[in-house]
Design a protein around this ligand. Structure first.
Ligand code: THU
Length: 130
């Protein structure tokens, strides 16, 4: 994992809007053609209306045209390693293939790397829709 991906997630984490949980999260992904997109968690006083760092990151990625994802990185200021929540696993799996590595980090570096397959085994898939 190159430092630039970590730095992007770290910078995003500093921008979090998390006045209620006080739990800053940052995420970043790299596309195969070298673009980096990042995101932070954004909370709302009506608590269920907030969303995760991974979701912000995916919004930037989709709005800029998407493309093949090479790697993903997630970090939380207050956890040794931040593993994406269930909803974000499904969102990430929408765009990242089963072999894409996801780096789980703390504020100083990568603690563990897993694949999307490991993160979301037996995910919802069907060819009946669409
Ligand atoms: N959070 C994320 O941003 N990503 C996750 O995968 C887990 C949780 C955020 C949501 C909320 O703003 C805060 O962490 C506490 O749950």
């Amino acid at each position: 994992m190159a430092q630039d991906l970590f730095d992007a997630a770290f910078a995003a984490m500093q921008k979090c809007h998390a006045p209620y949980s006080k739990f800053p999260v940052g995420a970043a992904l790299r596309t195969k053609d070298g673009r980096i997109y990042s995101g932070c968690n954004i909370e709302v006083i009506s608590f269920p209306e907030g969303w995760c760092a991974e979701t912000t990151m995916l919004s930037h990625y989709v709005m800029d045209g998407g493309g093949e994802i090479a790697e993903i990185l997630v970090m939380a200021e207050k956890l040794e390693k931040c593993s994406p929540c269930g909803g974000c696993r499904q969102r990430l799996a929408e765009f990242a293939g089963a072999d894409v590595p996801l780096h789980l980090c703390d504020s100083s570096g990568v603690v563990q790397t897993v694949t999307m397959r490991e993160l979301l085994p037996f995910s919802f898939q069907t060819d009946v829709i669409g």
